[in-house]
Design a protein around this ligand. Structure first.
Ligand code: GLN
Length: 473
């Protein structure tokens, strides 16, 4: 991304040329990374960027081709959430993140594939069919932002946006060998992000390197009055030179290295942590005693919020409406029965159940209480360390014909990523090695609220020292 920006400055390449080259590559994409490609919009954006670049004030993103997960609204370009119920939905407005990217001259190439309504870990439950992992096309790219992960890993865009409710940026980043950041809750506007679980959702960058992710994060972060959970504060720019790791206290929670963690993943993450130590970091053992309840808490809180958020798809306001209904009830019922896929229905049913009278106290209230305990675990851990390091996922990318029929084992893949969402903390995943099949392994770093500077800074310094990542263009 930064190399392209430099080429533009030296007039070695033009945004229109670069955009054409990416569009050409996307045309022969065999990984199914995109749901919609906006050729006309992208070329128009590239022309605007050429004008912008005539000014010395143009930012690093001017003319940079990026891709957007298809649950983020784009004015005039359909936004499907990979669901039949929204397959014909064309938003009349841009999400705040898209507006910001456009204002800074980024070129939007199109919309990337995902699990329906961002519910999943494989990018298979999409109306557009499954996305494949560019590292091995017989495998999943992870999910739910697997389209963005695959597009970045295959070089079909310079960077992308994903969304992360329980790990959906970090898991595909880990499986595809790229860098992904889930920002602090409230630091990036959710306005225009189709809601899955509003208290957990965050939009974030996915890119070849931590440096590229930092450029994208800086472009989209900041207070937005259109999002009532957006936090007003001074968001300074990230230092793209990285940070000095000398004396940085790196917390390693034993709970993240227990049973269920693949041995090869464990070895790669431990070697990544050893690099951080070698660069001057100080390892501190920390405990996250309630983190193990994270998956259970998540599937109560997230499904409860999803059941409420998805009530709006009723065939009346927008989206699918079945033909010739008998009456209003029949129209609601058949629209939703036809429009939603099995996993989304499963979540709506679970969410309705945990919120129902008689079960609310046993499930939703209890889950909210445990969520607070998980947040407190982090608070006390961060009194002893600056960042926490561990694996992103317990396994590497699995084959598309494995596991995807068993929802429970898929839910368990989010065991290390969910705690950061429940506590609202920022978390980054970056490559730290490979397993014996040559598949990338992701290392996760977590930090206190609004300390993305530590995550990106440590990521940049780590990547300047190692070669597990691939430089983008
Ligand atoms: N994999 C988790 C799920 O299926 C998280 C998804 C996400 O972060 N959007 O819900």
């Amino acid at each position: 991304m930064l190399e392209t920006a430099r080429q533009y400055r030296r007039c070695k390449k033009s945004p229109v040329e670069k955009t054409r080259a990416f569009l050409e590559k996307i045309r022969s994409d065999t990984f199914n990374a995109f749901i919609t490609v906006d050729e006309a919009g992208a070329l128009q954006g590239a022309q605007v960027a050429e004008e912008l670049l005539k000014s010395p004030d143009a930012g690093a993103l001017a003319g940079i081709p990026v891709a957007i997960k298809d649950n983020i609204c784009t004015r005039g370009v359909r936004t499907t959430c990979a669901s039949k119920i929204l397959s014909g939905f064309v938003p009349t407005y841009d999400a705040t993140v898209v507006k910001k990217l456009k204002e800074q001259g980024a070129v939007i190439l199109g919309k990337t594939n995902l699990d329906e309504f961002a519910m999943g870990s494989t990018t298979t439950s999409s109306i557009a069919g499954p996305t494949r992992n560019p590292r091995d096309p017989s495998r999943t790219p992870g999910g739910s932002s697997g389209g963005s992960g695959a597009a970045v890993a295959a070089g079909l865009c310079a960077g992308a946006l994903g969304s992360d409710t329980g790990g959906s940026i970090r898991m595909p980043a880990s499986f595809c060998g790229i860098t992904g950041l889930k920002p602090t809750y409230g630091s990036v506007s959710r306005y225009g992000l189709v809601a899955f679980a509003s208290s957990l959702d965050q939009i974030g960058p996915m890119a070849p390197t931590a440096r590229d992710a930092a450029v994208l994060f800086d472009a989209i972060k900041g207070y937005d009055p259109l999002d009532s959970t957006s936090v007003p504060r001074d968001y300074g720019p990230t230092d793209l030179d990285g940070i000095d790791l000398k004396g940085l206290r790196i917390g390693v929670p034993e709970e993240f290295f227990g049973e269920g963690l693949n041995q090869e993943v464990k070895a790669a993450v431990q070697s990544g942590i050893a690099v951080l130590e070698d660069m001057g970091g100080r390892i501190v053992e920390v405990g996250l005693p309630h983190a193990g309840y994270g998956v259970a808490v998540f599937y109560i809180v997230a499904t409860a919020e999803a059941s409420s958020n998805l009530a709006r798809y009723d065939g009346v306001r927008y989206g699918l409406r079945v033909q010739d209904p008998l009456d209003l009830g029949d129209m609601y019922a058949r629209t939703r029965a036809t429009g939603f896929g099995p996993e989304v229905k499963r979540r709506i049913m679970l969410g309705t159940y945990v919120l129902s009278a008689g079960y609310y106290d046993a499930y939703y209230r209890k889950a909210s209480q445990v969520r607070t305990l998980i947040a407190e675990d982090f608070r006390s851990a961060f009194s002893r360390c600056d960042i926490i390091a561990g694996p992103t996922t317990p396994v590497t990318a699995f084959r598309l014909d494995e596991m995807i029929d068993d929802p429970l084992s898929l839910y368990l893949l989010d065991i290390y990523t969910i705690p950061a969402n429940l506590a609202g903390l920022p978390a980054l995943s970056m490559p730290c090695g490979f397993d014996s099949l040559g598949l990338p392994v992701g290392m996760q770093l977590m930090a206190p609220h609004f300390r993305e500077d530590l995550l990106l800074g440590a990521g940049i310094s780590f990547q300047d020292r190692t070669a597990y990542h691939q430089e983008g263009s």
